[in-house]
Design a protein. Sequence first.
Length: 317
Amino acid sequence: MSTVSPDQHMSWTIEGNKVCQEGSRIQRGENSMKRKLKKWTGSVMLVAVASIATVSTTQAATFTITDQNSRASFDTTSQNGMYEWVVDGVNHLSQEWFWYRTGSMTSELSVDTLDILVQGTTDTNFDGDHDTFYIRYGDLNDRQVPAFTIELAFRIDGALNGTGISDIGEQITITNFSDNDLDIKFFQYNDADLNGGSTDTSINIMGSPENTARQEDTGVQVHETVVTPAPNHYEAGLFSATRDSLNDNNTTTLNDVNSVAGPGDFTWAFQWDILLDSEEAFQISKDKNIAAVPAPAAALLGVLGLALVRVTKRRPN
Protein backbone atom coordinates (compact mmCIF):
# COMPACT_ATOMS: atom_id res chain seq x y z
CA MET A 1 0.00 0.00 0.00
CA SER A 2 1.34 3.46 -0.87
CA THR A 3 1.38 6.06 1.84
CA VAL A 4 1.58 9.83 1.68
CA SER A 5 3.02 12.04 4.39
CA PRO A 6 2.52 15.80 4.20
CA ASP A 7 4.76 18.60 5.36
CA GLN A 8 4.82 22.32 4.70
CA HIS A 9 6.04 21.78 1.17
CA MET A 10 3.69 18.93 0.39
CA SER A 11 6.44 16.41 -0.23
CA TRP A 12 5.55 12.70 -0.32
CA THR A 13 7.16 9.32 -0.26
CA ILE A 14 6.03 5.92 -1.50
CA GLU A 15 6.80 2.90 0.62
CA GLY A 16 4.84 -0.01 -0.72
CA ASN A 17 5.75 -0.55 -4.39
CA LYS A 18 9.55 -0.66 -4.38
CA VAL A 19 10.01 3.05 -4.86
CA CYS A 20 13.08 4.71 -3.46
CA GLN A 21 13.55 8.46 -3.56
CA GLU A 22 17.03 9.78 -4.32
CA GLY A 23 16.97 13.52 -3.92
CA SER A 24 14.29 14.64 -6.37
CA ARG A 25 14.37 11.46 -8.48
CA ILE A 26 12.15 8.46 -7.82
CA GLN A 27 13.37 5.16 -9.24
CA ARG A 28 10.91 2.30 -9.38
CA GLY A 29 11.78 -1.35 -8.79
CA GLU A 30 12.30 -3.79 -11.64
CA ASN A 31 8.77 -5.17 -11.74
CA SER A 32 6.81 -2.17 -10.51
CA MET A 33 6.44 -0.60 -13.93
CA LYS A 34 4.35 -3.51 -15.20
CA ARG A 35 1.94 -2.94 -12.36
CA LYS A 36 2.02 0.79 -12.92
CA LEU A 37 1.18 0.45 -16.60
CA LYS A 38 -1.93 -1.53 -15.64
CA LYS A 39 -3.12 0.99 -13.09
CA TRP A 40 -1.29 4.23 -13.85
CA THR A 41 -4.53 6.20 -13.54
CA GLY A 42 -4.46 5.33 -9.84
CA SER A 43 -0.88 6.36 -9.14
CA VAL A 44 -0.03 8.07 -5.90
CA MET A 45 -0.92 11.72 -5.50
CA LEU A 46 0.06 13.98 -2.64
CA VAL A 47 -1.96 14.02 0.56
CA ALA A 48 -4.38 16.50 -0.93
CA VAL A 49 -5.98 13.78 -3.02
CA ALA A 50 -5.01 10.73 -0.99
CA SER A 51 -8.57 10.43 0.31
CA ILE A 52 -10.41 10.06 -2.98
CA ALA A 53 -13.79 10.22 -1.30
CA THR A 54 -13.31 13.93 -0.63
CA VAL A 55 -12.00 14.85 -4.08
CA SER A 56 -14.12 16.80 -6.56
CA THR A 57 -13.07 15.75 -10.08
CA THR A 58 -14.45 17.05 -13.35
CA GLN A 59 -13.39 18.04 -16.84
CA ALA A 60 -14.28 21.65 -16.16
CA ALA A 61 -11.69 24.15 -17.26
CA THR A 62 -11.59 26.34 -14.14
CA PHE A 63 -11.04 25.53 -10.47
CA THR A 64 -10.71 27.66 -7.34
CA ILE A 65 -9.14 26.78 -3.99
CA THR A 66 -9.66 28.83 -0.85
CA ASP A 67 -8.45 29.08 2.73
CA GLN A 68 -9.27 31.84 5.22
CA ASN A 69 -8.30 35.19 3.59
CA SER A 70 -6.96 33.64 0.37
CA ARG A 71 -8.05 32.05 -2.88
CA ALA A 72 -6.33 30.93 -6.09
CA SER A 73 -7.94 30.10 -9.43
CA PHE A 74 -6.81 27.91 -12.34
CA ASP A 75 -7.70 27.52 -16.00
CA THR A 76 -6.42 24.09 -17.01
CA THR A 77 -7.21 24.24 -20.74
CA SER A 78 -5.28 27.38 -21.68
CA GLN A 79 -2.05 29.20 -20.89
CA ASN A 80 -3.92 31.29 -18.34
CA GLY A 81 -2.98 28.54 -15.89
CA MET A 82 -3.02 29.89 -12.36
CA TYR A 83 -4.44 33.33 -13.08
CA GLU A 84 -5.51 34.61 -9.68
CA TRP A 85 -4.11 34.74 -6.16
CA VAL A 86 -6.35 36.92 -4.03
CA VAL A 87 -5.32 37.86 -0.50
CA ASP A 88 -7.62 40.03 1.60
CA GLY A 89 -9.58 40.97 -1.50
CA VAL A 90 -6.57 42.01 -3.62
CA ASN A 91 -5.37 39.95 -6.60
CA HIS A 92 -1.55 39.76 -6.75
CA LEU A 93 -1.12 37.43 -9.72
CA SER A 94 -1.63 37.68 -13.47
CA GLN A 95 -0.24 34.29 -14.52
CA GLU A 96 1.75 31.30 -13.38
CA TRP A 97 2.09 28.37 -15.75
CA PHE A 98 4.38 25.69 -17.13
CA TRP A 99 5.98 24.80 -20.46
CA TYR A 100 8.01 21.78 -21.58
CA ARG A 101 10.18 20.59 -24.45
CA THR A 102 11.21 17.00 -25.10
CA GLY A 103 14.31 15.93 -26.99
CA SER A 104 12.95 15.97 -30.54
CA MET A 105 10.84 19.12 -30.22
CA THR A 106 11.97 22.34 -31.91
CA SER A 107 10.00 24.67 -29.60
CA GLU A 108 8.25 24.63 -26.24
CA LEU A 109 4.61 23.82 -25.57
CA SER A 110 2.54 24.74 -22.54
CA VAL A 111 1.37 21.80 -20.45
CA ASP A 112 -2.29 22.48 -21.27
CA THR A 113 -1.61 21.14 -24.79
CA LEU A 114 -1.31 17.66 -23.25
CA ASP A 115 -4.27 15.41 -22.43
CA ILE A 116 -5.98 15.99 -19.08
CA LEU A 117 -6.05 12.63 -17.32
CA VAL A 118 -7.48 13.63 -13.95
CA GLN A 119 -8.08 16.90 -12.12
CA GLY A 120 -9.90 18.06 -9.05
CA THR A 121 -9.90 19.82 -5.70
CA THR A 122 -10.12 18.62 -2.12
CA ASP A 123 -10.55 19.94 1.41
CA THR A 124 -7.53 18.67 3.31
CA ASN A 125 -8.20 20.37 6.65
CA PHE A 126 -11.97 19.64 6.68
CA ASP A 127 -13.00 23.26 7.21
CA GLY A 128 -15.53 23.23 4.37
CA ASP A 129 -13.29 24.96 1.80
CA HIS A 130 -11.41 23.08 -0.90
CA ASP A 131 -7.81 24.18 -0.38
CA THR A 132 -5.88 21.90 -2.75
CA PHE A 133 -5.91 21.50 -6.52
CA TYR A 134 -4.38 18.60 -8.44
CA ILE A 135 -4.10 17.89 -12.16
CA ARG A 136 -2.33 15.19 -14.13
CA TYR A 137 -1.49 15.86 -17.79
CA GLY A 138 -0.27 13.09 -20.06
CA ASP A 139 1.08 12.48 -23.54
CA LEU A 140 -1.44 9.86 -24.66
CA ASN A 141 -1.37 10.39 -28.44
CA ASP A 142 -3.88 7.55 -29.04
CA ARG A 143 -2.08 5.22 -26.61
CA GLN A 144 -3.62 3.46 -23.63
CA VAL A 145 -0.72 4.49 -21.43
CA PRO A 146 0.92 7.92 -21.72
CA ALA A 147 4.56 8.22 -22.76
CA PHE A 148 5.00 10.59 -19.83
CA THR A 149 2.88 12.51 -17.33
CA ILE A 150 3.21 15.89 -15.65
CA GLU A 151 1.41 16.20 -12.32
CA LEU A 152 0.80 19.59 -10.70
CA ALA A 153 -0.43 20.01 -7.13
CA PHE A 154 -1.14 23.26 -5.29
CA ARG A 155 -2.17 23.78 -1.69
CA ILE A 156 -3.18 27.20 -0.40
CA ASP A 157 -2.79 28.23 3.25
CA GLY A 158 -4.37 31.54 4.13
CA ALA A 159 -4.28 33.55 7.34
CA LEU A 160 -6.59 35.75 9.39
CA ASN A 161 -8.40 38.49 7.52
CA GLY A 162 -6.41 41.70 7.30
CA THR A 163 -2.97 40.12 7.80
CA GLY A 164 -2.00 40.21 4.12
CA ILE A 165 -0.38 36.78 4.51
CA SER A 166 -0.84 33.76 2.24
CA ASP A 167 1.16 30.69 1.21
CA ILE A 168 0.94 28.23 -1.68
CA GLY A 169 2.92 25.00 -1.69
CA GLU A 170 3.48 23.41 -5.08
CA GLN A 171 4.65 19.98 -6.15
CA ILE A 172 5.41 18.89 -9.70
CA THR A 173 6.08 15.29 -10.70
CA ILE A 174 7.24 14.26 -14.18
CA THR A 175 7.13 10.49 -14.85
CA ASN A 176 8.56 8.62 -17.83
CA PHE A 177 6.28 5.70 -18.72
CA SER A 178 8.01 4.89 -22.01
CA ASP A 179 10.62 2.19 -22.62
CA ASN A 180 13.15 4.84 -23.67
CA ASP A 181 14.99 7.65 -21.90
CA LEU A 182 13.12 10.94 -21.69
CA ASP A 183 15.06 14.17 -22.23
CA ILE A 184 12.76 16.97 -21.10
CA LYS A 185 13.23 20.67 -20.41
CA PHE A 186 10.65 21.99 -17.96
CA PHE A 187 9.84 25.68 -17.42
CA GLN A 188 7.88 27.63 -14.83
CA TYR A 189 6.79 31.16 -15.78
CA ASN A 190 5.44 33.66 -13.24
CA ASP A 191 3.89 37.10 -13.75
CA ALA A 192 3.00 38.60 -10.37
CA ASP A 193 1.13 41.91 -10.32
CA LEU A 194 1.34 42.96 -6.69
CA ASN A 195 -1.32 45.22 -5.21
CA GLY A 196 -3.46 44.51 -8.26
CA GLY A 197 -1.27 46.57 -10.59
CA SER A 198 1.23 45.64 -13.27
CA THR A 199 4.05 47.96 -12.10
CA ASP A 200 6.14 46.81 -9.13
CA THR A 201 9.33 48.17 -7.59
CA SER A 202 11.87 45.31 -7.77
CA ILE A 203 12.58 41.72 -8.83
CA ASN A 204 15.54 39.60 -7.70
CA ILE A 205 16.49 35.95 -8.10
CA MET A 206 18.92 34.89 -5.39
CA GLY A 207 20.48 31.94 -3.61
CA SER A 208 23.50 29.75 -4.21
CA PRO A 209 22.51 28.08 -6.45
CA GLU A 210 19.78 30.49 -7.50
CA ASN A 211 16.52 29.00 -6.28
CA THR A 212 14.57 31.94 -4.86
CA ALA A 213 12.66 34.76 -6.53
CA ARG A 214 11.48 37.85 -4.66
CA GLN A 215 9.31 40.58 -6.15
CA GLU A 216 8.31 43.66 -4.18
CA ASP A 217 5.90 46.55 -4.39
CA THR A 218 4.80 49.14 -1.87
CA GLY A 219 3.82 47.34 1.31
CA VAL A 220 3.87 43.79 -0.10
CA GLN A 221 6.20 41.12 -1.47
CA VAL A 222 5.91 37.70 -3.07
CA HIS A 223 8.68 35.25 -2.32
CA GLU A 224 9.14 31.86 -4.00
CA THR A 225 11.70 29.22 -3.06
CA VAL A 226 12.39 26.05 -4.99
CA VAL A 227 12.89 23.65 -2.09
CA THR A 228 14.31 20.88 -4.30
CA PRO A 229 15.93 20.64 -6.76
CA ALA A 230 17.43 24.00 -7.71
CA PRO A 231 16.68 25.00 -11.31
CA ASN A 232 19.40 24.74 -13.96
CA HIS A 233 18.54 28.17 -15.38
CA TYR A 234 16.48 31.19 -14.38
CA GLU A 235 15.41 34.52 -15.84
CA ALA A 236 14.15 37.80 -14.44
CA GLY A 237 12.63 40.04 -17.08
CA LEU A 238 9.97 42.49 -18.15
CA PHE A 239 6.60 41.38 -19.46
CA SER A 240 6.22 39.68 -21.90
CA ALA A 241 9.71 38.82 -23.21
CA THR A 242 10.14 35.44 -21.48
CA ARG A 243 6.64 34.23 -22.28
CA ASP A 244 7.09 35.28 -25.91
CA SER A 245 10.26 33.21 -26.13
CA LEU A 246 8.43 30.17 -24.74
CA ASN A 247 5.71 30.61 -27.36
CA ASP A 248 7.83 31.27 -30.45
CA ASN A 249 9.00 28.61 -32.91
CA ASN A 250 12.49 28.30 -31.44
CA THR A 251 14.01 26.43 -28.51
CA THR A 252 14.53 28.44 -25.34
CA THR A 253 17.23 28.43 -22.68
CA LEU A 254 16.65 30.95 -19.91
CA ASN A 255 19.35 33.64 -19.78
CA ASP A 256 20.37 33.49 -16.07
CA VAL A 257 19.67 37.21 -15.52
CA ASN A 258 18.82 37.61 -11.83
CA SER A 259 17.45 41.17 -11.63
CA VAL A 260 15.95 43.94 -13.73
CA ALA A 261 15.95 47.65 -12.92
CA GLY A 262 12.59 48.90 -11.73
CA PRO A 263 9.93 49.98 -11.43
CA GLY A 264 8.41 47.74 -14.08
CA ASP A 265 6.05 44.92 -15.04
CA PHE A 266 8.30 42.09 -13.89
CA THR A 267 8.27 38.37 -14.58
CA TRP A 268 10.49 35.49 -13.53
CA ALA A 269 11.03 31.96 -14.77
CA PHE A 270 12.88 28.77 -13.80
CA GLN A 271 14.13 25.94 -16.03
CA TRP A 272 15.00 22.34 -15.19
CA ASP A 273 16.98 20.13 -17.59
CA ILE A 274 15.88 16.57 -16.87
CA LEU A 275 16.97 13.20 -18.24
CA LEU A 276 14.77 10.35 -17.04
CA ASP A 277 15.41 6.66 -17.46
CA SER A 278 12.50 4.42 -18.31
CA GLU A 279 10.32 3.94 -15.21
CA GLU A 280 11.80 7.01 -13.51
CA ALA A 281 10.13 10.11 -12.08
CA PHE A 282 11.41 13.57 -11.20
CA GLN A 283 9.88 15.74 -8.50
CA ILE A 284 10.04 19.50 -7.91
CA SER A 285 8.88 21.03 -4.63
CA LYS A 286 8.31 24.78 -4.32
CA ASP A 287 6.78 27.16 -1.84
CA LYS A 288 5.64 30.74 -2.42
CA ASN A 289 4.21 33.27 -0.03
CA ILE A 290 2.77 36.76 0.00
CA ALA A 291 3.38 38.98 3.00
CA ALA A 292 2.99 42.60 3.95
CA VAL A 293 6.26 44.51 4.32
CA PRO A 294 6.58 47.76 6.28
CA ALA A 295 7.00 50.99 4.33
CA PRO A 296 10.47 52.54 4.66
CA ALA A 297 9.21 55.29 6.98
CA ALA A 298 7.49 52.78 9.25
CA ALA A 299 10.58 50.61 9.32
CA LEU A 300 12.72 53.63 10.24
CA LEU A 301 10.34 54.56 13.05
CA GLY A 302 10.61 51.01 14.34
CA VAL A 303 14.41 51.19 14.37
CA LEU A 304 14.37 54.59 16.12
CA GLY A 305 11.90 53.29 18.68
CA LEU A 306 14.12 50.28 19.40
CA ALA A 307 17.14 52.56 19.77
CA LEU A 308 15.21 54.77 22.20
CA VAL A 309 14.29 51.76 24.31
CA ARG A 310 17.94 50.68 24.45
CA VAL A 311 19.08 54.18 25.46
CA THR A 312 16.41 54.33 28.15
CA LYS A 313 17.53 50.99 29.56
CA ARG A 314 21.14 52.17 29.75
CA ARG A 315 20.28 55.41 31.58
CA PRO A 316 21.75 55.34 35.12
CA ASN A 317 19.49 55.54 38.14
